[in-house]
Design a protein around this ligand. Structure first.
Ligand code: PLP
Length: 442
Protein backbone atom coordinates (compact mmCIF):
# COMPACT_ATOMS: atom_id res chain seq x y z
CA UNK A 1 0.00 0.00 0.00
CA UNK A 2 1.38 3.44 -0.91
CA UNK A 3 1.85 6.20 1.67
CA UNK A 4 -1.07 8.02 0.06
CA UNK A 5 -3.38 5.02 0.33
CA UNK A 6 -2.41 4.44 3.96
CA UNK A 7 -3.16 8.06 4.77
CA UNK A 8 -6.46 7.97 2.87
CA UNK A 9 -7.58 4.82 4.68
CA UNK A 10 -6.69 6.27 8.05
CA UNK A 11 -8.52 9.55 7.39
CA UNK A 12 -11.59 7.79 5.98
CA UNK A 13 -11.94 5.66 9.11
CA UNK A 14 -11.41 8.62 11.45
CA UNK A 15 -13.89 10.73 9.45
CA UNK A 16 -16.58 8.04 9.73
CA UNK A 17 -16.00 7.62 13.44
CA UNK A 18 -15.66 11.23 14.60
CA UNK A 19 -16.84 13.80 12.04
CA UNK A 20 -20.55 14.61 11.78
CA UNK A 21 -20.81 16.39 8.43
CA UNK A 22 -23.12 19.35 7.79
CA UNK A 23 -25.89 18.86 5.22
CA UNK A 24 -24.76 15.33 4.37
CA UNK A 25 -26.22 11.83 4.35
CA UNK A 26 -24.83 10.19 7.47
CA UNK A 27 -25.64 6.73 5.99
CA UNK A 28 -23.73 7.51 2.80
CA UNK A 29 -20.76 8.68 4.87
CA UNK A 30 -20.78 5.44 6.86
CA UNK A 31 -21.08 3.30 3.72
CA UNK A 32 -18.63 5.10 1.43
CA UNK A 33 -16.58 7.40 3.63
CA UNK A 34 -16.13 11.09 2.78
CA UNK A 35 -16.66 11.83 -0.94
CA UNK A 36 -13.39 13.75 -1.34
CA UNK A 37 -10.70 14.71 1.17
CA UNK A 38 -9.33 18.03 -0.07
CA UNK A 39 -5.76 19.06 0.44
CA UNK A 40 -5.06 22.30 -1.40
CA UNK A 41 -6.43 24.92 -3.74
CA UNK A 42 -5.17 27.39 -6.33
CA UNK A 43 -7.31 29.70 -8.46
CA UNK A 44 -10.39 27.73 -9.55
CA UNK A 45 -8.79 24.35 -8.79
CA UNK A 46 -8.82 22.06 -5.76
CA UNK A 47 -6.61 19.02 -5.29
CA UNK A 48 -7.44 16.04 -3.06
CA UNK A 49 -5.05 14.11 -0.82
CA UNK A 50 -4.34 11.63 -3.61
CA UNK A 51 -3.34 14.39 -6.03
CA UNK A 52 -6.51 14.41 -8.18
CA UNK A 53 -7.31 17.90 -9.45
CA UNK A 54 -10.81 19.36 -9.81
CA UNK A 55 -12.34 22.59 -11.13
CA UNK A 56 -14.50 23.87 -8.27
CA UNK A 57 -17.58 24.85 -10.28
CA UNK A 58 -19.37 25.98 -7.11
CA UNK A 59 -16.53 28.02 -5.53
CA UNK A 60 -17.08 25.50 -2.67
CA UNK A 61 -20.34 26.86 -1.19
CA UNK A 62 -20.86 29.80 -3.62
CA UNK A 63 -18.31 31.67 -1.55
CA UNK A 64 -14.66 31.54 -2.67
CA UNK A 65 -15.09 34.54 -4.95
CA UNK A 66 -11.41 35.52 -5.24
CA UNK A 67 -10.34 31.90 -5.83
CA UNK A 68 -8.10 29.65 -3.75
CA UNK A 69 -4.50 30.04 -2.62
CA UNK A 70 -4.33 33.82 -2.08
CA UNK A 71 -1.20 34.36 -0.02
CA UNK A 72 -2.14 38.04 0.42
CA UNK A 73 -5.10 36.95 2.53
CA UNK A 74 -2.93 34.61 4.57
CA UNK A 75 -0.51 37.49 5.16
CA UNK A 76 -3.30 39.86 6.21
CA UNK A 77 -4.50 37.24 8.71
CA UNK A 78 -0.98 36.56 10.00
CA UNK A 79 -0.23 40.22 10.51
CA UNK A 80 -3.47 40.80 12.39
CA UNK A 81 -3.12 37.60 14.45
CA UNK A 82 0.32 38.72 15.55
CA UNK A 83 -0.79 42.28 16.34
CA UNK A 84 -4.22 41.81 17.87
CA UNK A 85 -5.76 38.40 17.20
CA UNK A 86 -8.99 39.19 18.96
CA UNK A 87 -10.64 41.92 20.96
CA UNK A 88 -14.18 42.42 22.17
CA UNK A 89 -16.59 44.75 20.40
CA UNK A 90 -19.08 44.56 23.27
CA UNK A 91 -19.70 47.55 25.56
CA UNK A 92 -18.52 49.88 22.74
CA UNK A 93 -14.96 48.49 22.69
CA UNK A 94 -13.64 48.75 19.16
CA UNK A 95 -10.75 47.90 16.84
CA UNK A 96 -9.39 49.40 13.63
CA UNK A 97 -10.04 46.51 11.17
CA UNK A 98 -13.73 46.38 12.22
CA UNK A 99 -14.10 50.17 11.91
CA UNK A 100 -12.38 50.20 8.51
CA UNK A 101 -14.39 47.25 7.15
CA UNK A 102 -17.70 48.75 8.36
CA UNK A 103 -16.73 51.98 6.59
CA UNK A 104 -15.73 50.15 3.41
CA UNK A 105 -18.96 48.11 3.30
CA UNK A 106 -20.98 51.30 3.87
CA UNK A 107 -19.10 52.99 0.99
CA UNK A 108 -19.79 50.09 -1.37
CA UNK A 109 -23.38 49.29 -0.40
CA UNK A 110 -26.23 50.79 -2.42
CA UNK A 111 -27.99 53.98 -1.28
CA UNK A 112 -27.80 54.89 2.38
CA UNK A 113 -27.08 51.39 3.69
CA UNK A 114 -24.47 52.83 6.01
CA UNK A 115 -24.36 51.03 9.37
CA UNK A 116 -22.97 47.54 9.85
CA UNK A 117 -23.41 44.82 12.49
CA UNK A 118 -20.86 41.99 12.09
CA UNK A 119 -21.57 38.27 12.38
CA UNK A 120 -19.65 35.11 11.52
CA UNK A 121 -21.88 33.88 8.68
CA UNK A 122 -25.15 33.95 6.81
CA UNK A 123 -27.39 32.24 9.37
CA UNK A 124 -26.20 34.62 12.07
CA UNK A 125 -26.82 37.56 9.72
CA UNK A 126 -30.35 36.32 9.12
CA UNK A 127 -31.28 35.70 12.74
CA UNK A 128 -29.72 39.03 13.71
CA UNK A 129 -31.82 40.86 11.12
CA UNK A 130 -35.06 39.30 12.39
CA UNK A 131 -34.26 40.47 15.91
CA UNK A 132 -33.20 43.92 14.74
CA UNK A 133 -36.31 44.58 12.63
CA UNK A 134 -38.54 43.49 15.50
CA UNK A 135 -36.53 45.71 17.88
CA UNK A 136 -37.01 48.55 15.38
CA UNK A 137 -40.82 48.29 15.43
CA UNK A 138 -40.86 47.79 19.18
CA UNK A 139 -38.98 51.01 19.89
CA UNK A 140 -41.19 52.79 17.37
CA UNK A 141 -44.21 51.83 19.48
CA UNK A 142 -45.48 49.02 17.22
CA UNK A 143 -44.51 45.87 19.13
CA UNK A 144 -47.09 43.77 17.27
CA UNK A 145 -45.20 44.13 14.01
CA UNK A 146 -43.27 40.88 14.42
CA UNK A 147 -43.97 38.55 11.48
CA UNK A 148 -41.35 37.87 8.86
CA UNK A 149 -42.65 37.05 5.38
CA UNK A 150 -40.29 34.98 3.27
CA UNK A 151 -40.71 33.04 0.05
CA UNK A 152 -41.24 29.48 -1.05
CA UNK A 153 -37.95 27.90 -2.26
CA UNK A 154 -35.98 30.50 -0.27
CA UNK A 155 -32.85 29.47 1.63
CA UNK A 156 -31.78 31.64 4.56
CA UNK A 157 -29.69 29.28 6.71
CA UNK A 158 -30.01 26.82 9.54
CA UNK A 159 -30.28 28.69 12.84
CA UNK A 160 -33.77 28.39 14.32
CA UNK A 161 -34.96 31.71 12.85
CA UNK A 162 -33.30 31.26 9.46
CA UNK A 163 -34.54 27.66 9.17
CA UNK A 164 -38.03 29.00 9.80
CA UNK A 165 -37.62 31.68 7.13
CA UNK A 166 -36.25 29.10 4.68
CA UNK A 167 -38.97 28.04 2.26
CA UNK A 168 -37.47 24.74 1.08
CA UNK A 169 -39.69 22.28 2.90
CA UNK A 170 -37.05 19.55 3.29
CA UNK A 171 -35.22 21.76 5.79
CA UNK A 172 -38.39 21.92 7.89
CA UNK A 173 -39.06 18.20 7.73
CA UNK A 174 -35.85 17.10 9.45
CA UNK A 175 -36.55 19.09 12.59
CA UNK A 176 -39.33 20.22 14.87
CA UNK A 177 -37.46 23.38 15.84
CA UNK A 178 -39.39 25.92 13.81
CA UNK A 179 -40.09 29.35 15.24
CA UNK A 180 -43.49 31.02 15.15
CA UNK A 181 -44.02 34.29 13.31
CA UNK A 182 -42.75 33.20 9.90
CA UNK A 183 -45.09 33.25 6.90
CA UNK A 184 -44.25 32.06 3.37
CA UNK A 185 -45.48 33.48 0.10
CA UNK A 186 -45.11 32.59 -3.58
CA UNK A 187 -41.66 33.42 -4.93
CA UNK A 188 -41.98 35.78 -7.86
CA UNK A 189 -45.44 37.20 -7.52
CA UNK A 190 -45.86 40.73 -6.12
CA UNK A 191 -49.62 40.04 -6.10
CA UNK A 192 -49.11 37.00 -3.86
CA UNK A 193 -47.09 39.15 -1.46
CA UNK A 194 -49.83 41.75 -1.41
CA UNK A 195 -52.44 39.09 -0.67
CA UNK A 196 -50.31 37.59 2.12
CA UNK A 197 -49.88 41.03 3.70
CA UNK A 198 -53.62 41.72 3.47
CA UNK A 199 -54.45 38.31 4.94
CA UNK A 200 -52.01 38.59 7.85
CA UNK A 201 -52.54 42.33 8.47
CA UNK A 202 -49.74 44.84 7.79
CA UNK A 203 -49.75 45.89 11.44
CA UNK A 204 -48.48 42.39 12.37
CA UNK A 205 -45.63 42.28 9.85
CA UNK A 206 -42.09 43.46 10.57
CA UNK A 207 -40.34 42.63 7.32
CA UNK A 208 -40.32 40.85 3.99
CA UNK A 209 -37.11 38.97 3.19
CA UNK A 210 -35.88 37.79 -0.21
CA UNK A 211 -32.70 36.61 -1.90
CA UNK A 212 -32.21 38.81 -5.01
CA UNK A 213 -31.39 35.57 -6.88
CA UNK A 214 -32.48 32.41 -5.09
CA UNK A 215 -29.42 30.18 -4.74
CA UNK A 216 -30.06 26.87 -2.99
CA UNK A 217 -33.65 26.99 -4.28
CA UNK A 218 -32.32 26.32 -7.78
CA UNK A 219 -30.82 29.63 -8.98
CA UNK A 220 -34.09 31.37 -9.69
CA UNK A 221 -33.65 34.79 -11.28
CA UNK A 222 -36.51 37.27 -10.77
CA UNK A 223 -38.40 38.69 -13.75
CA UNK A 224 -37.65 42.33 -14.63
CA UNK A 225 -39.64 44.72 -12.52
CA UNK A 226 -40.29 42.26 -9.70
CA UNK A 227 -38.02 43.86 -7.10
CA UNK A 228 -39.10 47.40 -7.99
CA UNK A 229 -42.69 46.30 -7.38
CA UNK A 230 -41.75 44.56 -4.12
CA UNK A 231 -40.00 47.73 -2.90
CA UNK A 232 -43.19 49.73 -3.59
CA UNK A 233 -45.40 47.22 -1.78
CA UNK A 234 -43.14 47.23 1.31
CA UNK A 235 -43.27 51.05 1.39
CA UNK A 236 -47.01 51.09 0.86
CA UNK A 237 -47.66 48.76 3.83
CA UNK A 238 -44.89 50.11 6.07
CA UNK A 239 -42.91 46.87 6.04
CA UNK A 240 -39.11 46.70 6.05
CA UNK A 241 -37.43 45.01 3.08
CA UNK A 242 -34.51 42.67 3.88
CA UNK A 243 -32.32 41.57 0.95
CA UNK A 244 -30.40 38.38 1.70
CA UNK A 245 -27.29 38.99 -0.41
CA UNK A 246 -25.32 36.24 1.33
CA UNK A 247 -24.63 34.52 -2.02
CA UNK A 248 -25.21 37.41 -4.40
CA UNK A 249 -23.08 40.03 -2.62
CA UNK A 250 -19.52 40.86 -3.66
CA UNK A 251 -19.74 40.35 -7.39
CA UNK A 252 -21.41 36.99 -7.86
CA UNK A 253 -24.13 38.31 -10.23
CA UNK A 254 -21.93 40.68 -12.25
CA UNK A 255 -22.71 43.69 -10.02
CA UNK A 256 -21.14 44.28 -6.62
CA UNK A 257 -24.58 43.70 -5.04
CA UNK A 258 -27.47 42.12 -6.92
CA UNK A 259 -29.96 44.80 -5.80
CA UNK A 260 -28.08 47.15 -8.15
CA UNK A 261 -29.52 45.28 -11.15
CA UNK A 262 -32.92 46.75 -10.33
CA UNK A 263 -31.88 50.02 -8.69
CA UNK A 264 -33.55 49.23 -5.39
CA UNK A 265 -32.24 49.85 -1.87
CA UNK A 266 -33.46 47.41 0.79
CA UNK A 267 -33.81 48.64 4.38
CA UNK A 268 -31.55 45.84 5.55
CA UNK A 269 -28.94 43.91 3.55
CA UNK A 270 -27.46 40.59 4.70
CA UNK A 271 -23.92 39.59 3.78
CA UNK A 272 -21.51 36.68 4.36
CA UNK A 273 -19.67 34.28 1.99
CA UNK A 274 -18.04 36.67 -0.56
CA UNK A 275 -17.24 39.26 2.12
CA UNK A 276 -14.21 37.12 3.02
CA UNK A 277 -14.34 34.65 0.10
CA UNK A 278 -14.53 31.94 2.76
CA UNK A 279 -10.97 32.51 3.95
CA UNK A 280 -12.34 33.17 7.41
CA UNK A 281 -15.89 33.06 8.84
CA UNK A 282 -17.49 36.49 8.49
CA UNK A 283 -20.89 38.03 7.83
CA UNK A 284 -22.66 41.35 8.21
CA UNK A 285 -26.04 43.02 8.56
CA UNK A 286 -26.16 46.46 6.93
CA UNK A 287 -29.00 48.88 7.74
CA UNK A 288 -30.13 52.13 6.15
CA UNK A 289 -29.71 55.50 7.81
CA UNK A 290 -33.38 55.77 8.81
CA UNK A 291 -33.19 52.46 10.71
CA UNK A 292 -29.88 53.40 12.31
CA UNK A 293 -31.22 56.84 13.28
CA UNK A 294 -34.25 55.30 14.96
CA UNK A 295 -31.95 52.96 16.89
CA UNK A 296 -29.91 56.00 17.96
CA UNK A 297 -32.91 58.15 18.85
CA UNK A 298 -35.29 55.62 20.35
CA UNK A 299 -33.25 52.77 21.86
CA UNK A 300 -33.15 52.59 25.60
CA UNK A 301 -30.32 50.83 27.38
CA UNK A 302 -28.15 48.17 25.83
CA UNK A 303 -28.67 46.47 22.45
CA UNK A 304 -28.71 42.99 23.98
CA UNK A 305 -27.58 41.16 20.89
CA UNK A 306 -23.96 40.32 20.10
CA UNK A 307 -21.82 37.35 19.18
CA UNK A 308 -18.40 36.88 20.77
CA UNK A 309 -16.98 37.17 17.27
CA UNK A 310 -18.97 40.24 16.10
CA UNK A 311 -16.30 42.61 14.78
CA UNK A 312 -13.49 40.02 15.04
CA UNK A 313 -10.33 41.97 14.13
CA UNK A 314 -8.66 39.15 12.19
CA UNK A 315 -11.84 38.25 10.27
CA UNK A 316 -12.32 41.94 9.42
CA UNK A 317 -8.69 42.37 8.31
CA UNK A 318 -9.12 39.42 5.92
CA UNK A 319 -12.46 40.84 4.72
CA UNK A 320 -10.81 44.18 3.92
CA UNK A 321 -7.99 42.58 1.96
CA UNK A 322 -10.47 40.35 0.12
CA UNK A 323 -12.48 43.39 -1.02
CA UNK A 324 -9.25 45.10 -2.08
CA UNK A 325 -8.50 42.10 -4.35
CA UNK A 326 -12.05 42.05 -5.79
CA UNK A 327 -11.73 45.72 -6.71
CA UNK A 328 -8.10 45.71 -7.86
CA UNK A 329 -8.62 42.75 -10.20
CA UNK A 330 -12.01 43.95 -11.52
CA UNK A 331 -13.54 40.64 -10.56
CA UNK A 332 -17.08 41.99 -10.74
CA UNK A 333 -16.55 42.79 -14.42
CA UNK A 334 -14.97 39.37 -14.94
CA UNK A 335 -18.02 37.79 -13.30
CA UNK A 336 -20.23 39.56 -15.83
CA UNK A 337 -18.08 38.63 -18.84
CA UNK A 338 -17.24 35.05 -17.92
CA UNK A 339 -20.83 34.51 -16.77
CA UNK A 340 -22.07 35.56 -20.21
CA UNK A 341 -19.55 33.24 -21.89
CA UNK A 342 -20.43 30.26 -19.70
CA UNK A 343 -24.12 30.96 -20.27
CA UNK A 344 -23.67 31.00 -24.04
CA UNK A 345 -21.63 27.80 -24.10
CA UNK A 346 -24.03 25.91 -21.85
CA UNK A 347 -27.03 27.13 -23.84
CA UNK A 348 -25.44 25.50 -26.88
CA UNK A 349 -25.99 22.15 -25.07
CA UNK A 350 -29.67 22.53 -26.00
CA UNK A 351 -28.74 21.60 -29.58
CA UNK A 352 -25.62 19.55 -28.78
CA UNK A 353 -27.44 17.17 -26.41
CA UNK A 354 -31.00 15.83 -26.15
CA UNK A 355 -31.61 16.39 -22.44
CA UNK A 356 -30.73 20.00 -21.66
CA UNK A 357 -33.65 22.39 -21.15
CA UNK A 358 -33.54 25.92 -19.79
CA UNK A 359 -30.14 27.44 -18.96
CA UNK A 360 -30.19 30.66 -16.93
CA UNK A 361 -27.40 32.87 -15.60
CA UNK A 362 -26.85 36.24 -13.99
CA UNK A 363 -23.13 36.93 -13.84
CA UNK A 364 -21.41 33.81 -12.50
CA UNK A 365 -24.41 32.17 -10.88
CA UNK A 366 -26.46 29.87 -13.04
CA UNK A 367 -28.51 26.74 -13.54
CA UNK A 368 -29.09 24.13 -16.24
CA UNK A 369 -32.27 22.03 -16.31
CA UNK A 370 -32.26 18.36 -17.28
CA UNK A 371 -35.38 17.36 -19.24
CA UNK A 372 -36.65 14.23 -20.98
CA UNK A 373 -38.33 16.25 -23.70
CA UNK A 374 -36.79 19.55 -24.78
CA UNK A 375 -40.04 20.69 -26.40
CA UNK A 376 -42.46 19.95 -23.57
CA UNK A 377 -40.01 20.20 -20.61
CA UNK A 378 -41.21 16.78 -19.44
CA UNK A 379 -38.87 15.44 -16.73
CA UNK A 380 -37.30 12.02 -16.30
CA UNK A 381 -38.99 9.94 -13.60
CA UNK A 382 -35.55 9.15 -12.17
CA UNK A 383 -33.50 12.34 -11.77
CA UNK A 384 -30.38 12.51 -13.90
CA UNK A 385 -28.61 15.62 -12.55
CA UNK A 386 -27.02 13.63 -9.65
CA UNK A 387 -25.68 11.02 -12.09
CA UNK A 388 -24.30 13.76 -14.33
CA UNK A 389 -22.42 15.48 -11.53
CA UNK A 390 -21.00 12.11 -10.44
CA UNK A 391 -19.67 11.60 -13.98
CA UNK A 392 -18.35 15.19 -13.99
CA UNK A 393 -16.58 14.61 -10.70
CA UNK A 394 -14.83 11.51 -12.09
CA UNK A 395 -13.56 13.77 -14.88
CA UNK A 396 -12.36 16.51 -12.51
CA UNK A 397 -15.26 18.95 -12.14
CA UNK A 398 -17.24 19.65 -8.97
CA UNK A 399 -20.83 20.82 -9.35
CA UNK A 400 -23.98 20.63 -7.28
CA UNK A 401 -27.58 19.67 -7.99
CA UNK A 402 -30.97 20.89 -6.83
CA UNK A 403 -33.43 17.99 -6.81
CA UNK A 404 -36.19 18.81 -4.36
CA UNK A 405 -39.74 18.91 -5.74
CA UNK A 406 -39.64 18.29 -9.49
CA UNK A 407 -36.24 20.00 -9.94
CA UNK A 408 -33.58 18.10 -11.86
CA UNK A 409 -31.12 20.95 -11.96
CA UNK A 410 -27.35 21.48 -12.06
CA UNK A 411 -26.18 24.76 -10.52
CA UNK A 412 -23.00 26.78 -11.10
CA UNK A 413 -21.08 29.40 -9.11
CA UNK A 414 -17.37 29.15 -9.98
CA UNK A 415 -14.81 31.50 -8.41
CA UNK A 416 -15.01 34.97 -9.99
CA UNK A 417 -11.40 34.60 -11.20
CA UNK A 418 -12.33 31.96 -13.79
CA UNK A 419 -10.86 32.68 -17.25
CA UNK A 420 -11.88 31.68 -20.77
CA UNK A 421 -9.68 28.59 -20.89
CA UNK A 422 -11.10 27.36 -17.58
CA UNK A 423 -14.66 28.05 -18.76
CA UNK A 424 -13.90 25.88 -21.82
CA UNK A 425 -12.50 23.12 -19.62
CA UNK A 426 -15.57 23.20 -17.37
CA UNK A 427 -17.89 23.11 -20.38
CA UNK A 428 -16.10 20.22 -22.11
CA UNK A 429 -16.05 18.07 -18.96
CA UNK A 430 -19.73 18.73 -18.31
CA UNK A 431 -20.66 17.96 -21.91
CA UNK A 432 -18.87 14.59 -21.77
CA UNK A 433 -20.68 13.81 -18.49
CA UNK A 434 -24.08 14.73 -19.93
CA UNK A 435 -23.54 12.69 -23.10
CA UNK A 436 -22.47 9.67 -21.05
CA UNK A 437 -25.62 9.80 -18.89
CA UNK A 438 -27.85 10.65 -21.84
CA UNK A 439 -26.70 7.55 -23.72
CA UNK A 440 -27.78 5.30 -20.88
CA UNK A 441 -31.04 7.14 -20.27
CA UNK A 442 -32.54 7.52 -23.76
N1 PLP B 1 -28.62 33.04 3.12
C1 PLP B 1 -28.37 32.54 1.90
C2 PLP B 1 -28.99 33.19 0.71
C3 PLP B 1 -27.53 31.44 1.75
O1 PLP B 1 -27.31 30.92 0.53
C4 PLP B 1 -26.93 30.87 2.89
C5 PLP B 1 -26.03 29.72 2.76
O2 PLP B 1 -25.88 29.11 1.75
C6 PLP B 1 -27.24 31.41 4.15
C7 PLP B 1 -28.07 32.50 4.22
C8 PLP B 1 -26.67 30.82 5.39
O3 PLP B 1 -25.34 31.11 5.50
P1 PLP B 1 -24.37 30.27 6.45
O4 PLP B 1 -24.32 28.88 5.87
O5 PLP B 1 -23.08 31.02 6.37
O6 PLP B 1 -24.94 30.29 7.82
Amino acid sequence: MSINETLTNELVELDKKHFIHPTSSIKEQQENGPAIIFKEGKGVYLTDIEGKKYIEGMASLWNVNVGYGRTELAEAAKEQLETLAFASSFATFSNEPAIRLATKVADMAPGDLNAVFFTSGGSESNDTSYKLVRHYWKIKGQPNKTKIISRERAYHGVAVGSTSATGIKDFHHMTTSLATGFVHTESFSPEALRKTIEAEGADTIAAFIAEPVQGAGGVNIPPDGYFQEIRKICDEYNILLIADEVITGFGRTGKMFACEHWGIVPDVMLLAKGISSGYIPLGAVVVRDHVHQDFINLSEGTLLHGFTYSGHPTACAVGLKNIEILERENLVQNSKEMGALLHEKLRAFQSETNIVGEVRFLGLIGALEIVKNQQTNERFSEKLAPQIITEARKRGLILRTVTFGDSDTIVFAPPLVINEEEVNELVSILKAAILEVQQAAL
